[in-house]
Ligand binder design. Sequence first.
Ligand code: EPU
Length: 344
Amino acid sequence: MKIQENVPLAPLTTFGIGGPARWFVEAADETEVLEAVRWARERSLRLFVLGGGSNLLVADAGFDGLVLRVAIKGIEVVPGVNAWVYSVGAGEEWDGFVQRTVMDCCAGIECLAGIPGTVGGTPVQNVGAYGQEVAESIARVRVLDLETLGFREMEAAECGFTYRQSLFNSSAKGRYLVLRVDYRLRPGGAANLRYADLLRVFPAGSQPNLAEVAAAVRRIRQSKGMLLVEGDADCRSAGSFFKNPIVDESMLDEITARAGARPPIYPAAEGLVKLPAAWLIERAGFEKGFQLGRAGISSRHTLALVNLGGATAGEILALRDFIVERVGAQFRVSLTMEPVLLGF
Ligand code: EPU
C-alpha cells in the first residue's frame, strides 16, 4: 500500500475541477482497503472513497483527509438456467462490464450502457437511465462496515433502493464501503424498451438484440453530451446536475398553471409523479449554453452543468444557486443536486 501526498483530484473527476487530496491511496484488494481505513483511523483523518469520479464535485481547496480509490478488479460469472450472476469488483469500469454482459446476451443493464464511473458507485446512487435502474438487477453488495471493520454481504432488499437513493447515500451514509457488487442478469432475456428515446429508434414490434439497444443508448447519450468523448466540451460535467423532482398531483397542477403548460411526467410512488428538472429550468428562463463565469449549462442538455474550461467549484456552485433560486421563485420547487460534494 503506497500512501501519496497532495495528489490533484481534478484529473480523477469528469468535471475536471477541484484541489488536491492531502493523502491518497489506491487499494487493489480487500486487505489493502482495510489497511488504508486503519491508517486513516490511527491519524484521525477523514476518509473519502473515490470511484470513477463521474458524479463528484471537489472543492477548490481540495480535501484534507485520505482519499481512498477502490481499484478492486475482477468479474466472475456463475452461469445458470434462469440467471447468470456476475460478481464484479468495485473498481471495474462500469461500461466495460455492461459491454461484457451484452456480449454474453444477458439482459438487465443494457440500457445503462455508456454511463461513466465504476461498478462500486452504482448501488450507492442506484444508477438509472433509459428505463432501467441497477436496483432491478443487483443481487447483493459486499461491503466493509466502517463501524465494526467487518466484511459483510447485503442483499438487495436491505439496500433501501429508491430513485437515485440507497441506504449507502442516505440513512447509512458513510458507514459502508462497497467492495463488490453481484448482478443477477437474464440469459437470453429481451431488451428493455420502455423509454421514449429508445422507442423512437426501435418501433413497436421490432426485436433488437441487447448489443443493438446498448449501441443506441450510447448514441442517444452522445447526442446529449452524456457520453465521455475525448474533446467533447459538453461532457466535462457530472452528468445530470439536479435530480428530477418528485411531486404530488396538487403541486403538478400548480406547476402547470405557473408554466402555462403541462410538464412531461414519469411514474413515481403512488400518488406522486417525477418531472424533468431540465423542463423546469428551461421554463425558468435558462437556455442551453447559458454561461456564468466559466460555468455553463451544456449546449446539448439543460440538466448538465459544464466546466467551460478552468472553472472553479465556486463558479459551478454559483450557477447552481442561481438556477435553484430562479426555479424556486417561479415554480416553488426546490431542486436538489445529484453529484456528491467533497471538501466543502
Ligand atoms: N428536457 C428539456 N431540455 C433538455 C433535456 C431534456 O427540457 O435539454 C426535458 C424534456 O421534456 C425531456 C425530459 O426533460 O423530455 C427528459 O429528458 P431526458 O430523457 O434527457 O432525461 P432527464 O430526465 O433529463 C434522466 C436522468 C439521466 C438519464 C436520463 C435517461 C436524472 C436526474 N437524470 O434525465 O441520468 O440518463 O433520464 O433515462 O434522473 C444522471 O443521473 O447523471 C443521468 C444522466
